[in-house]
Design a protein around this ligand. Structure first.
Ligand code: SF4
Length: 277
């Protein structure tokens, strides 16, 4: 019987390369761990996540303070609050003396990325606040909201949504923020979340948004609900195909010729599979 596996949505959202999903399944099945070294972009995404979490969920009183006492301008109040959180995160991570201390240069580079994106992020984040009779309220409900889909009894995919917020027009906003340039995988990622959520909460109005804060790309990309669907089936098909390969322990050469891509190194480890290649 095939081993039961669980994969993250970001491991199966690259449909330009179907081999990637199949390799992820096969590696997981054979318990092969692919080494992964986080770089400045990964750290930037993680730190940005922390900043938003702290500003809108933990320390929203800072935004209120800056709005009422200093600026009366919501974007500036958010930006000042984000800068405070960035400074505090910088202090913690740049003084880190644990095993992460060797990543200081990457941390420092990631803080440069964040600093260049904070202004755009604050502009977009204005939409996470509502003002009523001079009272300001955060519309954010939760961060890191986990969604799970059981593709079949042996295979589960799961993801963590960056932010869930109330929409001022009713319903919920599902937000994924990205520090890089727009990519097809980003769209696939949020569409997979949408597919899972629409089937779990059919009566709920759910709006999907991708946020890009990189200079020149600052924008909130809204995903049209009509374009959602079919990706879970596609993942299921790739899973089935990988199971056939797993059973015969042979990789067809035309599908699995090594080709190393910019951010994905999965093909580099193909020799570790107990397969006749
Ligand atoms: S290295 Fe390139 S070809 Fe190989 S799985 Fe990754 S994206 Fe696909």
């Amino acid at each position: 019987m095939n081993k039961s596996i669980r994969l993250g949505v970001t491991s199966v959202n690259e449909f330009n390369c179907k081999r990637r999903t199949m390799l992820q399944v096969l590696y997981a099945q054979q318990e092969i761990k692919i080494p992964f070294t986080p770089n400045k972009f990964v750290y930037a995404g993680n730190f940005l996540h922390l900043i938003l979490q702290r500003v809108f969920l933990r320390n929203f009183s800072n935004v209120e303070f800056f709005y009422h006492r200093k600026s009366k301008n919501i974007k500036d109040a958010i930006l000042l609050s984000m800068e405070i959180e960035l400074d505090s995160i910088k202090k913690i991570w740049m003084n880190n003396t644990g095993p992460w201390k060797y990543h200081r240069q990457e941390f420092s580079n990631s803080f440069d990325i964040i600093t260049s994106q904070l202004h755009n992020l604050a502009l977009m984040a204005e939409s996470l606040v509502t003002i009523n009779n001079n009272e300001i309220t955060s519309l954010v409900i939760q961060d890191e909201f986990t969604v799970i889909n059981r593709i079949n009894h042996n295979f589960q995919i799961r993801g963590k949504i960056d932010l869930v917020a109330f929409s001022e027009t009713g319903g919920l906003r599902i937000i994924e923020y990205k520090t890089g340039t727009p990519k097809l995988e980003d769209e696939n990622q949020i569409k997979i979340y949408g597919e899972i959520l629409y089937s779990s909460f059919p009566d709920q109005q759910i709006n999907l948004e991708l946020w890009y804060s990189k200079p020149k790309f600052d924008q909130i990309q809204k995903i049209d609900q009509k374009t959602i669907g079919g990706l879970l089936q596609e993942i299921s098909n790739l899973y089935e195909k990988s199971q056939q390969l797993n059973n015969i322990k042979k990789l067809p050469e035309q599908d699995f010729t090594s080709k190393v891509c910019q951010f994905c190194k999965l093909c580099d480890f193909i020799d570790l599979l107990e397969f006749d290649t």
